[in-house]
Every structure is written in C-alpha cells, then in structure tokens.
Design a protein around this ligand. Structure first.
Ligand code: ATP
Length: 519
C-alpha cells in the first residue's frame, strides 16, 4: 500500500468511528481483534446494502425466494460439506516473536516484494531509455530482471502446488528457501507449518464430549442446501430456481487485519441457484454478468471493479470467479461466484441417507441439481461503499470562503439519512417550529433529521460527513413564501422549492425503482 493509500485508509477507519459508522467491539476493554460493532449510521447503511441485495435477488426474480436459517446446525452438516476436514489455513508460528502467520500469505508477500524489485528496475530503465524503451525485451534480456522474474515464477508455482497437494512441508521449505523473516521481529526461527481449522466451536449443555460439539457456521450456504427440498416443495418451484439468505458467519481467521475487510464474525449475502446438470456454465455466466451489473447500478465505476478467475479451484467447484474491488490497499475479493456442481447436495444425501433429488417433469427424471452460487460479504461491501464515497474537497462555505469538507458521496439509496431539515437560526421560534413541522411530515417517508446546533455551515458539514444527500434550510423568507432551500450534497446546488414538494423530490432520488429500472 502506498503512503497516500495508507493515509486514506487510516482516515476512512477514523471517520467510521468518529461519525458513528463502525466501532471496535467492546472498546472499553480495548476491543476484540477483528470484531466490530456497527453504530447508528453504520447500521442504517448496512441495512440499506442488505435491502438492495435482497430486492435484487428475491423481489426481482420470480424464481428466487429467501430463508433465514439458524446459525447452529447439526454437526454432521460440516462433515458433509468438507469443512471439518478441509476448511483449513496453513499456520506457522515464529518461535522468537510468538507471532502467528498464514504461511501462504507470508510467501505471497515475499513474492510480491521480488516482483516489486523487478518492476522498479523496469521503471528505472524506462526513464533511462525514454521513447525507444522496449519493455518486453528488457524483461526478458536484462539479467537482474529476468532472475527476479524467474524466482517469482518458481516460488509461485511451488506455493500453488504445495497448497493444492496440502503439502505443509513444501510450504515450510519455500519459507526457508526464500529466507522469509518475521515482518515483526526479523527472526527466521519458524515452527513447522500445520493446518489450522477455521471453524469456531462450542458445546451443547446437555450432551458431553464430541457428540455435543457444535460449530458456528463458517458460511450461510449450508443452511440453504439442507433446506433445498423444504423450499422447493413449499414454493413449488421448478428448476432453475434460487434460494437467498443473509446472515452471520464466523471464521477463526489466523491473521485478521484491514479493518472490516477480514473479520472473525461477519455477514454474508448468499444465493444458491439450483440448475439442471449440464446447464451450470450457462447460469454461471448469467450470474457473473448480473452480479457485476448489480455493482455498476450503484454508480461504482467499472475501473474499480474487475473479475478475477480462481487459480486453485475449491474441492467442490468446477468454475469460480471473484469480483474484486479496488480497496485502498489494492484490488481484493468482494464477492465470489462459484459453480459448485452437485457436491454439497450429494454429500448431504450420502451422509443423511435422505434423498435430495428433484423430479424434473420436463425430462421425466430424478436428479441431484447442480448449484451456481453468488456470495458477497456485507461488511466488505460496506467497506467498498465507504471507500468509494469518502472524499475531501475544497468548496466555498456559507460565506463564500474556500474551506475543506469531508463528504461521503454515497449513492442516495444507501445513505443512512436521506434528508436533514435545518432552521437557519435556532433562536427564532417560528423558524424552529416550521422546521420541526416539516421534519415531522417527512418522517413517514424516509429517515429525516432535524438539526439546529451551530452555524448553518457546520451543520452542512456534519450532514456531508455522514453522506446525507439533501439538506433543507428553513429561513425567514420561508415564513412568507412557503418555500425552502434544498441543497444537494455532491453538486452543492441550491434551489428554492415549495415545502410540499420536498417529499416528492427526495423520494424520487432515493427510490429503488429508479435503480432497478436502470439496472
Ligand atoms: P478470502 O479469500 O478473502 O478469505 P474467501 O474466498 O474465503 O475469502 P468465500 O468463502 O468465498 O471467501 O466467502 C464469500 C464472501 O464472504 C467473500 O467474497 C467475502 O466478501 C466474505 N468474507 C469471507 N471471509 C470474510 C471475513 N473473514 N471477513 C469479512 N468478509 C468475509
């Protein structure tokens, strides 16, 4: 992360806390690592993100319905899904610093450093040679650069082959050969690399031992798989059909950093789409494209989003792609679209002894459907939206002087507060009364705040900082002509409008209808 990106990320984190979006969990006890609480504005924003997702999946698709499954599930669920045996990350401890790391991440970071050295050489040469510079030729022929690049290739290959073969010794030998030191202490005194299961577990009170061991679900998907026939039968859906769910998931991440990007308790929005075997690639392409449009419809620029195909496919998948967003720390996974075959339903059928098949009247045949899933982290989406929205600008203040403002340019549909009503001054009873009355009238339509503390300029800044798309100012003229000034957050445009028109104008801008009609 460059210094300016790091700076921006720090500012975003601080802003989230200062303005009531995200707080560290149990902060009075110094917080709990990688666990966060959403504050007054954060919970509104998060709810709006969930609404957008739910509407686009359930409301906009005749053949998708939702469920809300429990977090606890029968422990056999996690045996069948492969999580008990394979939901692991490679863990390595440094014996001197006692710090824990993910072996694959340590190696990836070390590879990135070698790559950066090669890129730096290339950039130096580009400045030296100017227009006549042939980058491809230079990368191939310059001995130092080609040595760096061949190391990058060798270590990347060894990393991937060790990961897919579950070869922990292989990973350890890469750490040794690359002479990777603990980023914290510089020590190279490492333990063996071992598998670490990411599921949290707890114990049922009335059953002792292994029998009563429960897991906190690490993904919401399994609640959908085990309910597949319940939903199909009660809704009488025909294939293809989908089941959507929003809910908490828990992962005991070894290294949890980067604010709400990687948490130990987080929320997922997942949809499993059940299709006829053989049709899965068609639907995989459909959902890939649909999910990208979902992001773009919010106004997120295409340049901040990209597809990234998986190199190592999970044990259950026959195709997988991530939608990555350019966070302040670089392009990272925001959402995954996976073609999961019939792996989950088949394993549950085998372990439970219950038939999980669909009778397809079109072909007069029973089969286990294939599944294409879309899975997005609500918290990552929140971080993406805040990162996209956060901006610092120089704008004229109420007196026409240049001043800096921090503004969250959130899409109006997602903004926590839609409109603020501000009397120009607070010591004039008629203004206060009229402003209160206006706010009271708007409340049934959307979240609308009243604020009369401090000068008007400071009140605008406060609303900018939480992303409120509209401010309504009630002034002395309002008492005469029944009009108010409507200020638009991004353009700063101000227009006089009749009091009765406020609701309609604001509602039009914050309406889901507009988003879905342009989808
Ligand atoms: P990563 O590679 O970043 O660990 P993953 O590939 O394990 O993610 P999935 O299992 O595909 O993630 O989960 C689907 C989505 O859930 C991810 O795209 C991400 O948005 C979200 N997610 C996964 N793990 C976390 C976490 N620890 N904190 C917050 N969100 C998460």
């Amino acid at each position: 992360m460059s210094a300016s990106q790091e700076d921006k990320f720090k500012k975003i984190t601080a802003h989230c806390k200062e303005y009531g979006f995200v707080f560290p969990s149990s902060e009075i006890y110094d917080g709990l690592s990688a666990v966060y609480d959403y504050g007054p504005y954060g919970s509104e924003l998060k709810n709006n993100i969930k609404s957008y997702w739910w509407k686009s999946m359930v409301q906009m698709h005749d053949n998708i319905t939702g469920i809300d499954a429990a977090i606890f599930m029968h422990p056999k669920t996690w045996k069948a899904s492969g999580h008990v045996d394979a939901f692991n990350d490679p863990l390595v401890d440094n014996k001197d610093s006692k710090k824990r790391y993910r072996a694959d991440q340590l190696i990836e970071e070390a590879i990135d450093k070698i790559q950066a050295k090669a890129d730096k050489e290339v950039e130096k040469a580009r400045t030296r040679f100017g227009d006549s510079f042939d980058e491809a030729l230079y990368r191939e022929t310059n001995p130092r650069v080609s040595e760096y690049l061949s190391k990058v290739k060798e270590y990347t290959n060894r990393l991937h082959s060790s990961l897919s073969a579950n070869d922990m010794e292989g990973l350890k030998s890469v750490i040794e050969d690359m002479e990777i030191a603990d980023p914290d202490s510089g020590s190279r005194n490492w333990t063996e690399v071992r598998q670490f299961n990411l599921m949290f577990n707890t114990q049922l009170g009335n059953i002792a031992g292994e029998e009563g061991k429960l897991f906190l679900r690490p993904e919401t998907a399994q609640g959908i798989f085990v309910n597949f026939l319940n939903v199909q039968k009660t809704t009488r859906q025909k294939i293809p059909f989908g089941i959507a769910q929003i809910g908490k998931a828990f992962r005991n991440e070894i290294v949890a950093r980067q604010f709400i990007f990687r948490m130990r308790e987080f929320e997922q929005m997942e949809m499993q789409y059940f299709v006829k075997p053989g049709d899965e690639m068609k639907w995989y392409e459909y959902w890939k494209e649909y999910r990208m449009r979902w992001h773009l419809a919010l106004g997120t620029p295409q340049s901040s989003l990209r597809f990234h195909d998986h190199e190592n496919l999970a044990h259950y998948a026959n195709a997988a792609v991530d939608i990555q967003y350019e966070f302040p720390f670089g392009f990272r996974e925001l959402e995954g679209i996976h073609s999961r075959t019939d792996f989950d339903l088949r394993s549950h059928q085998d372990l439970s002894g219950r038939k999980l098949q669909y009778f397809d009247p079109e072909v007069n045949e029973n089969y286990i459907p294939y599944v294409v899933e879309t899975s997005i982290g609500c918290d990552r989406m929140f971080l993406a939206m805040i990162s996209q929205a956060y901006s610092e600008e120089n704008v004229p203040d109420a007196e026409g002087q240049e001043s800096q403002r921090v503004v969250l340019k959130l899409p109006a549909v997602l903004a926590p507060v839609k409109c603020a009503v501000l009397p120009l001054v607070r010591n004039k009873t008629e203004l206060v009364e009229l402003a209160r009355k206006i706010q009271q009238n708007l409340k049934p339509l959307f979240i609308c705040q009243y604020d009369d503390k401090d000068a008007i300029g400071r009140r605008y800044r406060r609303q900018d900082a939480i992303g409120t798309p509209f401010c309504v100012t009630v002034d002395f003229e309002s008492l005469e002509d029944g009009k108010v000034t409507l200020r638009e957050r991004d353009s700063l445009r101000q227009e006089r409008i009749p009091i009765e028109a406020i609701g309609r104008i604001v509602e039009e801008k914050i309406s889901w209808e507009q988003v879905f009609r342009n989808f």
